[in-house]
Design a binder for this molecule. Structure first.
Ligand code: CA
Length: 230
């Protein structure tokens, strides 16, 4: 069995080193991210098995990261934070965190929580492998984080992939601009709307290239919808 890959999100290098050293000596593989931006891009491009997440980060609040990751992935997220108030724990758990560890934490406890999470994943079986979406010639393998058109893999950027997953999970329904930008960037500024249009255009080009099947329908002034194809 492959060693689990853990994404460690922590801006404090001392704590980060403590965690990564612990993981390394306990047979885990890891990648680390010192801020929210790299946490999100690593979570989508590296497909880690578990995320260990600090909440106080320089560029973004950890709760925001949980919300963003949850918009496209069910990967287990364990929060490791100095915030010990119930309200903070509730906010993180409500946003979709699986577990919450308060700093200072014991290494033994962290390892125990990782084992519990792994057992839970094992009990669920390889559910990711089964979660495949099909629509006409389009296939999305959520577990692998890949999309295909017929047999060829679509080369999508992380943002295009997120948009595609959001549309696919709501196929047939119109998703508003605000809903999409909020799920993708956590905000709905005019600049986000402009970015959405750009990403949507490039995604659509890749999806609808060389064929007459239409996958994404534009509802002017409202949003976008994935059409169902036979
Ligand atoms: Ca911090």
């Amino acid at each position: 069995m492959n060693k689990p890959l853990i994404l460690v999100v922590e801006d404090d290098s001392t704590v980060r080193n403590l965690i990564t050293t612990t993981l390394k000596s306990n047979d885990y593989r890891y990648i680390s991210a010192p801020n929210g931006e790299s946490a999100i891009s690593n979570a989508s491009s590296q497909q880690p098995d578990i995320v260990l997440l600090d909440l106080g980060l320089p560029d973004m609040d950890g709760v925001e990261i949980i919300k963003r990751i949850r918009s496209w992935s069910q990967i287990p997220i364990i929060v490791i934070s100095a915030r010990s108030e119930d309200a903070d724990k509730i906010a993180a758990l409500d946003a979709g965190a699986d577990d919450y560890l308060t700093k200072p934490f014991s290494v033994a406890e962290l390892l125990a929580r990782l084992r519990v999470t792994q057992r839970r994943l094992a009990a669920l079986g390889n559910t990711n492998a089964e979660s495949v979406f099909r629509n006409g010639k389009l296939t999305i393998d959520y577990g692998a984080g890949c999309a295909y058109l017929e047999d060829s893999s679509l080369k999508l950027t992380p943002t295009e992939y997120k948009i595609l997953c959001l549309l696919a999970k709501n196929a047939g329904k119109v998703l508003t601009h605000t809903y999409l930008t909020d799920k993708i960037w956590g905000s709905s500024w005019e600049s986000d709307m402009a970015s959405l249009r750009v990403h949507m255009a490039t995604l659509r080009k890749k999806l609808e290239k060389n064929q007459d099947t239409q996958y994404i329908q534009t509802h002017i002034g409202i949003g976008y919808r994935m059409l169902k194809n036979e």
